[in-house]
Design a protein around this ligand. Structure first.
Ligand code: FEO
Length: 399
């Protein structure tokens, strides 16, 4: 147990080893943490638990700090197993302890655990007295699941935000001011881009709803990564920015290649952009050789993406197809795109990529560039010249 403020303790687990999350869908290069908290007033409340892999260790650590029977209430802000998983072990010891959560969380928790624990449904505005403090509940559906909620601790002015405002980042330092700020920003924006982008409208509404409550805010305690104790509003302001069709002056080129023809096209496009625009950031990734979540983060930052693949079996390379499926689900807004690729005979790749980009909500800037076999001088010139269309059209629509 680590005291973070007066009667509030961190009782979570730092997972230095994990490198894949959500199965293998999300890369966690810097590990993560599952933050749980204990508040000790006249009543004692446990806020969230940890991933079930660490369930026994979590309960043992709790027992070293308190008699488990002293826990009066459990709050389950979110039913996803990285936060609720250790309930299975904990409830063996204190099976009658009430679990406060949303109505949707009751469904999810019953679905996961098939247990009829002592659930107490709560909704926005409900309060739970701990003695000299109260916990106030704020439902936050789809941040990140339908069951998600925040809770706010009066007197200490702490928002326990669960997934929101988190980062997948293991650290020996619990607080935002004690870690590398570049790494913190990178993990924060990667988390938003890959997990929360589809729910940006709800993020914006939730920020406005929370701020309309005019609650003093001294700390934000998310369930992954660091606690925001210095200028906690900074991450709320970042979320506000990211939730409004975010983009920087960046163009990202993503491709896969078989015999380096599509790669040569990608590199010519990058060179052409760089020749005429010294300010725009240009980034280029072979999607089959680069972590897809890192590439998605770069696309999230971009005003425009160029996507390329050669044709194979009347289709596109599987890494590009998988990437298109990822970005379709993320529903990026206010982004432009174009396609390119080589072919030998049937040549469907560019049209298929364009179809996928449109389905993902990207605006096509220009007709894609196709190269029969390896790109020759004419094709490479077309790639170099793509800069003109891209430059002109993105400048007209800065977004
Ligand atoms: Fe960290 Fe949606 O779970």
């Amino acid at each position: 147990m680590k005291r973070i403020k007066d009667a509030v303790y961190w009782v979570g687990k730092v997972d230095w080893e994990v490198r894949r999350f959500h199965g293998t869908e999300y890369s966690t290069h810097r590990g993560t943490s599952y933050n749980a908290y204990l508040v000790r007033d006249e009543k004692t409340v446990l806020i969230d638990t940890v991933w079930d892999v660490f369930g026994m260790q979590f309960v043992e650590h709790l027992k070293n700090g308190i008699d488990l029977n002293e826990i009066d209430f459990i709050i389950a802000n979110h039913a996803e197993p990285d936060h609720s998983g250790a309930l299975a072990e904990l409830m063996k010891h204190i099976p009658d302890t009430p679990i406060y959560c949303t109505q949707n969380a009751i469904k999810s928790l019953k679905g996961h655990f098939h247990q009829d624990w002592n659930f107490v449904p709560v909704k926005t505005g409900d309060r739970l007295s701990l003695g000299s403090r109260e916990l106030m509940f704020i439902e936050a559906p789809m941040l990140h699941w339908p069951d998600s909620m925040f809770c706010y601790l009066t007197e200490d002015h702490i928002l326990f935000s669960n997934d929101a405002f988190g980062q997948h980042c293991a650290t020996a330092r619990l607080y935002n001011d004690l870690v590398d700020q570049g790494e913190l920003y990178q993990e924060g924006i990667k988390y938003y881009a890959n997990i929360l982008t589809p729910f940006s409208g709800l993020v914006m509404n939730k920020i406005e709803e929370f701020q309309s409550l005019n609650l003093p805010l001294e700390m934000i305690c998310p369930s992954h990564g660091v606690i925001w104790r210095i200028e906690p509003l900074q991450i709320i302001e970042k979320y506000r920015e990211w939730s409004q069709d975010y983009q920087k002056d960046q163009i990202t080129i993503v491709y896969d290649t078989m015999y380096n023809g599509t790669r040569a096209m990608a590199e010519s496009i990058a060179e052409g952009i760089g020749r005429v625009d010294q300010d725009v950031a240009v980034k280029l990734f072979n999607i089959s050789r680069t972590d897809k979540n890192d590439v998605i983060t770069e696309v999230f930052k971009s005003k425009c993406m160029l996507l390329g693949s050669p044709t194979i079996n009347r289709g596109i390379l599987s890494a590009v197809a998988g990437f298109l499926e990822e970005i379709r689900g993320l529903s990026f807004k206010n982004k432009r795109a174009a396609a390119f690729g080589t072919y030998g005979w049937s040549g469907e790749s560019v049209k298929l990529i364009e179809k996928g980009l449109e389905e993902a909500g990207f605006d096509l800037l220009v007709e894609g560039i196709r190269s029969l076999w390896n790109p020759d001088t004419d094709v490479l010139r077309q790639c170099l010249d793509l800069r003109k269309e891209i430059g002109n059209r993105t400048k007209r629509n800065p977004g």
